[in-house]
Design a protein around this ligand. Structure first.
Ligand SMILES: C[S@@+](CC[C@H](N)C(=O)[O-])C[C@H]1O[C@@H](n2cnc3c(N)ncnc32)[C@H](O)[C@@H]1O
Length: 183
């Protein structure tokens, strides 16, 4: 299964289009359908896309996007001007109006496109802990997450990044955010 572009994808894409300039070296982490990579390619960025999901990798390759299979930075070489990541950001357990819902209530829990770990932020923490090694000196991260993801800003700061909120959008149960992070 490949993540179907949703509200979070479209919100992030707006900023990909505003940020990517001709010749920028861009990594689209967790590319899924390739929506962010395609936005960057339209702006004439030099794009490498990566995903842990082989189905997504093959799908994007067929579309002509330069894509590799990688668990986060495992197979990534080089440094980029921009790293985009719309990560899996939902927690395994969620609380709806005081009612705790968990694995038994949701069938999405094992979906690597959606669930970031027990609290939601675990995959993001792994990402932020390594991201600096793959950024050029003035490189930036463009990331999205949700009010359900836990204290992501604390994690961003823990790994030495400054951050700026670019967008916040309220949807049914949550708020979606887009942040840029830099040294
Ligand atoms: C929320 S989807 C976003 C997909 C697409 N970028 C978009 O904006 O619509 C998260 C994507 O991250 C991928 N992913 C999850 N864990 C990953 C990991 N450890 N390394 C690389 N990709 C991962 C999933 O397979 C999925 O395609």
């Amino acid at each position: 299964m490949i993540y179907e572009p949703s509200e979070d994808s479209f919100l992030l894409l707006e900023f990909v289009k505003k940020t990517v300039k001709e010749g920028m070296e861009v990594l689209d982490m967790g590319t899924g359908s390739g929506i962010q990579a395609e936005g960057a390619i339209e702006n004439k960025g030099e794009v490498l896309a990566a995903d842990i999901n082989e189905e997504a990798v093959n799908y994007c390759k067929k579309k002509g996007i330069n894509t590799i299979k990688s668990d986060l930075f495992e197979n990534i070489k080089g440094k980029f001007d921009l790293i985009i990541f719309n990560p899996p950001y939902l927690p395994e357990e969620r609380d709806y109006f005081g009612i705790k819902m968990s694995k038994e209530d949701f069938n999405y829990v094992n979906d690597i496109a959606l669930v970031g770990g027990k609290h939601g932020w675990e995959t993001m923490e792994r990402f932020f802990s390594k991201a600096k090694n793959y950024l050029k000196k003035d490189g930036k991260l463009l990331v999205s997450f949700s009010s359900l993801s836990g204290d992501v800003l604390k994690i961003i700061e823990k790994y030495g990044f400054k951050h700026r909120k670019l967008a916040e959008k309220r949807i049914f149960f949550e708020s979606l955010y887009v942040y840029e992070c830099f040294r």
